[in-house]
Write a protein that binds this ligand. Sequence first.
Ligand code: FCB
Length: 461
Amino acid sequence: MARQRMLRFPEGFLWGTASSSHQCEGGNRNNQWYRWEQQGHILTGEHSGDACNWWKRAETDFERAEQMENNALRLGLEWSRIEPTEGWWNSSAIDRYRQMLKELHRRHLKPLVTLHHFTDPLWFADRGGFENEHNIRYFIRYVTYVVQSLQDLCDFWLTVNEPNVYAFMGYVLGSYPPGEHNVSRALHVLRNLMQAHVEAFYAIRRIQPAAEIGYCLDYRLFDPASSFSPLDTLVSAVQDAFFNWATLQAAETGRFSFPLNMALAPIPRASGARDYHGVNYYTRDIVRFDPTRPAEFFGKRYVRPGAVHNDPGLEGNFGEIYPEGIYRVLKGVYQRTRGNRPLYITENGFSDAHDDRRPRAILEHLAMVHRAIREGIPVGGYFYWTLVDNFEWTEGWGARFGLIELDPYSQERTPRPSASMFGEICRANAITESIVERYAPEAMDFIFPQSDSELAKSASV
Ligand code: FCB
């Protein structure tokens, strides 16, 4: 019998799902996102409500993750629960997080804990949030309290989730709170969030010298509509530089590149302030020069016609499903950081309510992660976004990223085929021919090309 082809992942590779506090816990009424929902900014008119009810029953979903033979899980802490008013610490919130973390350990799921994932306590937002550099000290005080309280249960921290998205969506596009359209303010917020990460890194390091500490960025590809057009090429390169690489460079060196360094103060002690690079990757945009869009550097973004894409209606945020992109991003981060730290895919996912593209998408993205590993890029784990459908910010319940479907009103869960597929991959620590055959046979040639040169061709950059 012919031997089964397989793509095996390194020993100890972390397999998990990613989530955040506000999107899963339910009942979070004390942060700026809740207020934003009440003000009617959610496109579907919905609210986070009970979300996935994790504040009361996260354990039942942790059990599902264990059944899928995941060995890790990324979850967030809600600052507004832990410090509901300035300087007042709610120890019962810490107790609840201790229960959750203990349960993760009991189920052999290594916790990766996010300290800030888009939500700010109302009192902090009302003092100007991260627009004001002086407010960073509040964040550090919270981080210190949390790490002192939970250090026996967690040694793998993610300080700040996607500072580039928080700044861009909140201060340029205005679709996240505070809903502004001010590029200069966005850049200051971005800078302050990076400084918050750096200071958090050192605060955690002091308390827990052996902890693994990092942050993550959202990496998005911007490709020119026509590579023959100098203007399309220029504006897509500028968007790419601003959205992706300026922040990474600032994190690595403490300085933003020209011309941003004229406006933004350097970040002290930045270089060396991370133990890993967190990579979130979802999609790519095609960019055409458009003189009417100064706020987006004169580039109009759109989804490549004919592309396989996420569910309709999400185009602005989640368009094309483009597996080669994850390889290109891993390579870009690796090269720009000269391989100085391991990388983790801290998020990658697809909104696909009917689960008719997700199995293939997961397999093809993982094949590209495997390719990066084969080429020597040290990727230590993959966290699929997300375990159970959750409250997707401005999209409300209109985006369905879960391996498990959730009816938020009845709280009923229905695993999608992708859930059992992901479980099989985690169990095998590999993609096998049999898994591809059963879940997405149409991906077979992409995943197991006849020769490596074919694979190289399919992923040429
Ligand atoms: C990322 C966010 C995460 C979730 C996914 C779909 O940008 O970090 O909270 O919304 O997108």
